[in-house]
Design a protein around this ligand. Structure first.
Ligand code: ATP
Length: 211
């Protein structure tokens, strides 16, 4: 379970977000909607430990009752899915997947896990293809599998559907929700699209400008 407690964000002397509280259960996606510039991406950066020094953020974050807001990026065990799938262009799909698996996993298990992920995407025949040889929807699904293979404690989804056309968008949304439920980890989605939020079947939080 992920808990965000009393999160506030300000820029110079302007308060953008004031005392936001969110709780996300395992296997659940909470969606965050709000106008451009209110601080949605900054909240994700705060959660992942990558907030730029120009912004002032306060608040506490607990992952399974452990405070993580003072931990390093690596220690937070965060998985990130962005608008553009994060795949290494020079590596094959199988290599992209294997690369994400934690070093502690034995060599033979790594290959098996990477193939299982390929199978879930339904592209076992594309193991040796490069990312640019996949469709946008396939790339999005591989990027999700890659993130999940890294064994994150929670997921941050930063507009991951926005570049997909409507039919593909529906498919990828359903895939992402099913995989998050299977992985049984909490996820926070940032989106401008109410349909994205609805498709995640979880709570939707409206961010409004602080006075
Ligand atoms: N490094 C930075 N230094 C100073 N100000 C910043 C920095 N990064 C972002 N900002 C400002 O902080 C505010 C919040 O930005 P953020 O990108 O988090 O908003 P957002 O809600 O995600 O917007 P959008 O929906 O357009 O992506 C904006 O006013 C932005 O201009």
């Amino acid at each position: 379970m992920l808990i965000i407690k009393n999160f506030s964000l300000s820029l110079a002397h302007k308060t953008l977000i004031k005392e936001l509280n969110v709780q996300i259960d395992d296997g659940q996606v909470v969606s965050l909607m709000g106008p451009s510039g209110i601080g949605k991406s900054s909240l994700l950066n705060f959660l992942s430990g990558t907030l730029s020094p120009g912004l002032n953020a306060q608040g506490e974050v607990f992952l399974n009752d452990v405070a993580i807001h003072n931990k390093t990026v690596q220690e937070r065990r965060v998985g990130l899915l962005q608008q553009t799938p994060l795949l290494f262009p020079h590596m094959s799909i199988l290599e992209n997947l294997s690369f994400a698996i934690p070093a502690k996993v034995k060599k033979c298990d790594r290959l098996e896990r990477a193939y299982q992920a390929l199978e879930r995407v339904g592209i076992k025949d594309k193991a040796n293809a490069t990312p640019e040889q996949l469709s946008g929807g396939q790339q999005a699904r591989v990027a999700l599998q890659r993130t999940l293979l890294s064994e994150p404690g929670f997921l941050l989804l930063d507009e991951p559907f926005s570049k997909l056309d409507p039919a593909l968008r529906r498919e990828v949304r359903a895939f992402v929700l099913a995989e998050i439920r299977k992985a049984n980890i909490p996820a926070l989605l940032v989106t401008h699209d109410a349909e994205d939020a609805k498709a995640m079947e979880g709570k939707c939080v409206d961010l409004v400008a602080a006075e």
